[in-house]
Design a protein around this ligand. Structure first.
Ligand code: ASP
Length: 442
């Protein structure tokens, strides 16, 4: 049994929805389907969810929302006219669209209106598939604080889907204790998929999108990077944190908790196997990767370096420096240190206008020989579960970079040896990533 989630681009128009149908029908295990609202069909197109926010906003500001409502209805009519051209549609589409218009005119909440994209899409796809529609408001429950009540939700899902072999559920929303609708954050349809998976415990949670999987490096920097076949949850977290994005962190958590593997798949290329995100205990050696699994990174960090002779002997030195950051609520990313130096890598934006104050207060706190701040540093994370076992990965990384004449500003290896993070100047970022990719891709 499998849970499937189809993202906005997979249900953007009738042609895409036909692909979705073929995918579902090609495997009898594909029983539980979660869908997003129709997304963009081409670059300059609008996502239905964005159009819905416009409907709500117009009405809330006393502007006539009818042109926006008609535009949403038109998007759905394009779909239904085509997919039901040669078959009967038992749904009363006119009534559904009218109900949606009344929701807007009667001043229903912002989240309620935003959720209608998923609601209508799921109704239509359920009818098209001959599957049962189950409303997310009847199975996904938030508590008073707006957090999903996992127990109540899981038991409602299990009860509701029991014995049914073909279900379509709208993603992105659930119900508050008073019955009103609340949405997840943008892109939150994936969270619904993961929550449904946690409840029904399928073999696999398939997340269907428009890329072949999680790539080993950013395709804007590296030409045609390899798809990562197996990725552990922990590696995924490290790569996402450093800027690689396919799935949001929150959308992994429920499936991860239940130990369910997530398979990222491409609706436009269903024969590609995609990426499997798994618990490391499920991996055996044949399925393992090369020396590294993936590379990700970000630009625009700042590095504060504090120098003081015999710093290592001074108890509380690091704490005093970090207390200054704490006072200004500045989180830090890494803290590589030498014998007489301590460097703190900080996200450029986090410092805001406090640069001089922070530097002055560090001087006051620890009376250093020197404090400097360097701007425009990029961090590159090289992530891989195999690094623990392989001798020489760091050497290969540094050799590859140095061969291109790139100066490495900082190096940091986590003690769990899951990643090596190196800092280079912003201008060297792309070239350094290419150098590392070419060294390890095979
Ligand atoms: N439709 C929602 C959005 O555009 C949720 C989703 O697609 O996952 O953010």
């Amino acid at each position: 049994m499998k849970v499937l989630k189809f993202g906005g681009s997979s249900v953007a128009d009738a042609a895409q929805i036909k692909k979705v149908k073929d995918i579902i029908l090609s495997d009898p295990a594909r029983k539980f389907v979660v869908v997003s609202a129709p997304g963009k069909r081409f670059n300059s197109d609008s996502k239905v969810t964005d159009m819905l926010y416009e409907c709500w906003e117009a009405h809330a500001n006393g502007i006539d929302a009818s042109p926006m409502i008609s535009a949403v209805v038109r998007r759905f009519r394009y779909i239904t006219d085509e997919i039901f051209a040669d078959r009967e549609c038992k749904l009363d589409l006119d009534a559904l669209f009218e109900e949606f218009a009344q929701d807007v005119y009667s001043g229903k909440g912002r989240d309620h209106i935003a959720s209608r994209g998923e609601y209508l899409c799921a109704k239509i796809i359920a009818e098209y598939m001959g599957f049962e529609f189950i409303d997310a408001k009847d199975i996904i429950f938030f508590n008073e604080n707006g957090v999903v009540d996992a127990k109540k939700t899981s038991s409602a899902i299990r009860k509701r889907v029991f014995g049914i072999s073909g279900v379509v559920i709208p993603g992105f929303y659930g119900a508050m204790p008073d019955g009103s609708i609340k949405t997840f954050k943008r892109g939150g349809g994936d969270i619904t998929g993961s929550i449904v998976a946690r409840a029904v415990r399928p073999m696999i949670y398939e997340n269907w999108t428009d890329v072949d999987g999680f790539l080993m490096a950013n395709p804007k920097i590296v030409d045609n990077p390899m798809v990562i076949k197996y990725l552990t949850y922990r590696e995924m977290r490290e790569l996402s944190y450093m800027g690689a994005s396919v799935l949001q962190e929150e959308s992994i958590a429920p499936a991860r908790e239940a130990g369910i593997s997530i398979n990222i798949r491409n609706t436009n290329n269903p024969s590609a196997e995609g990426t499997m995100i798994v618990d490391e205990s499920l991996l055996n050696d044949e399925e393992d990767t090369g020396a590294i699994t993936g590379i990700a990174g970000n630009k625009n960090f700042k590095v504060i370096t504090v120098e003081k002779e015999f710093m290592n002997e001074e108890i509380g030195f690091g704490r005093k420096v970090l207390e200054v950051l704490e006072k200004y609520e500045i989180p830090f990313e890494h803290m590589p240190s030498g014998i007489d130096t301590l460097s703190i890598v900080i996200n450029g934006e986090a410092l805001k206008g406090n640069v001089t104050k922070v530097m002055d207060e560090i001087k006051e706190a620890v009376n250093p020989d020197n404090v400097t701040m360097e701007d425009g540093i990029a961090l590159i994370a090289i992530v891989g579960r195999k690094m623990v076992h392989n001798v020489g990965t760091a050497a290969r990384i540094l050799t590859a970079i140095s061969k291109r004449g790139i100066n490495v500003r900082t190096i940091d290896q986590g003690s769990d040896e899951l990643n090596i993070i190196i800092g280079v100047y912003n201008d060297d970022f792309d070239e350094a990533i290419r150098a590392i990719y070419e060294e390890f891709a095979n």
